[in-house]
Design a protein around this ligand. Structure first.
Ligand code: K7E
Ligand code: CUA
Length: 631
């Protein structure tokens, strides 16, 4: 650690960080937003996991976001982040993220820092090589980690792996205006494990590269059985060719089921739709979409340098690191320089595509990012270090220890055409003695290194939430000017909005009670409700009437079986509550919003199911409108 490290990460009180670091939360299913260089945690942003802190997945409006073909799935394992790009450079519009376990891809807005869309992926069994994006965010691409049986032959013996198990790569089209996603097509690929991926850029735009392992096609004891071959493959995909076949109607429509969930900023509500078809292109039948490049040994990361010419394979069990040349790949394909085929798919000769090997790079290479000076930085899981090397000369230039086992690493703009260099951030798997002990589970951790000079310098350790895998960092000025501050109340089209305190009311429809409630400093309206009965479904539709930045109100009620809701200025959110017993139940605002925040509360009276206590509400007492049709 260098002497001036502290000053390099010091961001004075009241000052902003230079970069946003968007960090995957791993098994917490969320995204963490940190400032760089300070390492300060700015926000936890729920994506695939319910978040009681703000009601995500608990409010009636957000529950549909977590719907899937299996029903409501309140958790996932989020490994990878992809910030949208235009011309191969970060544009600050959206972040995409993968749900590993129940295959899903999410889109998060970098205006509102909210999850706006979640698309489930059919024909996938572990969405790990995902999400990776093309140069102009034309596609978000998602490959399955586990091959599984697909189509109408799903109930098969596991031992029929070679015959029946297939891989699948989804090409998700992104609407450039709205960001909305839909599956344009899927590639049906051999039954390997698809691990990681990158799109080509510049000269290699139109191509995609996937690392694979278990080309042995083992289905038990993979630890041994999937580590037998000296080389697995990098799968090179010509997606422009796939588009041609699609346009020629060569795709086959398959019956599937998957959920597509979209959050609408105007209605402040999500809807979930079950989709039933997907178009599949089989790469064993349709020639020239896919080529295999041999790559030693069980590669993990597969990264493309900023020029788009070099593809780095990181064989986690290999002693060298191969760097492939896109130009050589094209020549080899033109000359049919193949060493054989796999299920009819050409396997190109290793030497014909190889730019060169990085010799003795370190142990357990996983992931590579790039700076703006032609250098690469590779994380070494086993030897716990970052190794810097030159992409052209393949010469190792520097190495620094990480504390400890490093997984991913990130350089601002590192996966794009325009890296900003300056820092590399390590995301470590095991922290051991770096922080105060906190029981059997210790803090997850990131480390910040200065890479502006020839030698890397450790500047800072900072703990992170969840188990971070991949992360991206982006200059703050690409995001801050667009950040949403409030929702305009006049644009609120929530079906249960209350546009003004005078409109606050309670309505009964059979056993449903709808409370049209407003929140503004420092009272909830209505704050007295009577005439609710045991077993009623009570919906508190709370509209925050504030039009000021940073004034959310919260809402919680005693005995609710879900969570609180946090309502942003101009927004409406709904908490459902089914009272189980009679009595008087307090509710209150949970966000300390003013000096009279503690006064921001109310009571609801619950009477027996058969009671005829009239439905009244107030700040004062008003007759309620009962729209139940009486018999
Ligand atoms: Cu952690 Cu990207 Cu799931 Cu490597 S993966 S470390
Ligand atoms: Cu509103 Cu506290």
């Amino acid at each position: 650690m260098s002497g001036d490290a502290a000053s390099k990460v010091y961001v004075a009180p009241g000052k902003y960080d230079e970069f946003y670091n968007i960090v995957s939360g791993g098994f917490n299913g969320q995204i963490g937003v940190y400032g760089i260089p300070s390492g300060r945690l700015l926000k936890i942003l729920p994506v695939f996991s319910v978040f009681p802190e703000n009601g995500y997945g608990y409010s009636e409006e957000t529950k549909p976001m977590l719907n899937t073909s299996h029903g409501f799935v309140p958790w996932d394992d989020l490994h990878h982040i992809a910030i949208s790009t235009t011309n191969g450079e970060h544009d600050g519009r959206w972040v995409f993220a993968n749900g590993n376990n129940t295959p899903r891809v999410a889109r998060v807005s970098l205006k509102s820092f909210r999850t706006e869309e979640i698309l489930e992926l059919p024909n996938s069994g572990g969405n790990h090589s995902s999400p990776f994006i093309t140069e102009n965010t034309e596609y978000v691409v998602a490959g399955t980690r586990f091959s599984v049986p697909m189509g109408d032959k799903k109930d098969v013996p596991i031992s029929s792996y070679k015959e029946n198990f297939k891989g699948s790569i989804s090409f998700i089209k992104v609407d450039q205006q709205t960001g909305h996603m839909n599956i344009a097509f899927q590639l049906r690929t051999p039954g390997f494990n698809y691990d990681l991926s990158r799109a080509g850029k510049g000269p290699s735009h139109g191509w995609f590269f996937f690392s694979t392992y278990n080309t042995e096609q083992a289905y038990t004891l993979l630890e041994v059985n999937a580590s037998k071959k000296d080389k697995d493959y990098i799968m090179a995909v010509n997606w422009k060719k796939a588009e041609e076949y699609l346009a020629q109607g060569k795709g086959k429509t398959e019956k599937v089921r998957y959920a597509h969930n979209v959050y609408d900023e105007k209605t402040h509500s999500a809807t979930s739709k079950i989709m039933e078809e997907v178009t599949v292109l089989d790469v064993s039948e349709l020639k020239d979409i896919v080529y295999f490049i041999p790559c030693p040994k069980s590669p993990h990361g597969c990264d493309v340098d900023p020029t788009g010419e070099y593809i780095v394979g990181s064989g986690k069990l290999a002693a060298t690191m191969p760097v492939f040349s896109f130009t050589k790949l094209q020549n080899a394909i033109a000359k049919k320089d193949y060493e054989g085929d796999f299920n009819g798919i050409p396997v190109i000769k290793y030497e014909s595509v190889l730019h060169g090997e990085v010799q003795k790079p370190g142990l357990g290479p996983l992931h590579t990012e790039f700076d703006d000076k032609g250098n690469a930085y590779t994380s070494m899981f086993l030897s716990s270090e970052i190794v810097k090397w030159n992409v052209k000369t393949l010469e190792v230039l520097d190495r620094v220890p990480t504390y400890y086992s490093i997984g991913h690493l990130s350089i601002p703009g590192g996966p794009t055409k325009k890296p900003w260099g300056k820092y590399v951030i390590a995301y470590n798997k095991i922290t051991k003695d770096r922080y105060l002990p906190t029981g059997p589970e210790l803090a997850q951790s990131a480390q910040l290194y200065d890479i502006s000079g020839d030698k890397m310098k450790l500047l800072l350790d900072f703990p992170t939430t969840g188990e971070p895998h991949y992360a991206e960092a982006i200059p703050a000025n690409l995001i801050t000017p667009n950040v949403l501050k409030i929702y305009k109340i006049e644009e609120n089209q929530h079906p249960y909005v209350t546009l003004g305190e005078g409109k606050a009311r309670v309505e009964r429809k059979g056993n449903q009670v709808h409370v049209y409630m407003t929140a503004i400093r420092s009272h909830l309206n209505p704050d007295n409700i009577e005439g609710v009965r045991v077993g009623d479904e009570v919906y508190f539709h709370v509209t925050n009437l504030e039009q000021d930045w940073d004034v959310p109100h919260g809402f919680a009620i005693k005995g609710a079986l879900n969570a609180e809701i946090l309502i942003m200025p101009g927004e409406t959110q709904t908490l459902k509550w089914v009272p189980q017993t009679t009595g008087v139940f307090p509710f209150y605002c949970t966000d300390f919003c003013s000096a009279l925040h503690q006064e921001m509360s109310g009571y609801i009276r619950v009477s027996p199911a058969v009671s005829n206590v009239p439905l009244t509400f107030g700040t004062g007492k008003t007759e309620a409108n009962d729209t139940t049709t009486k018999k």
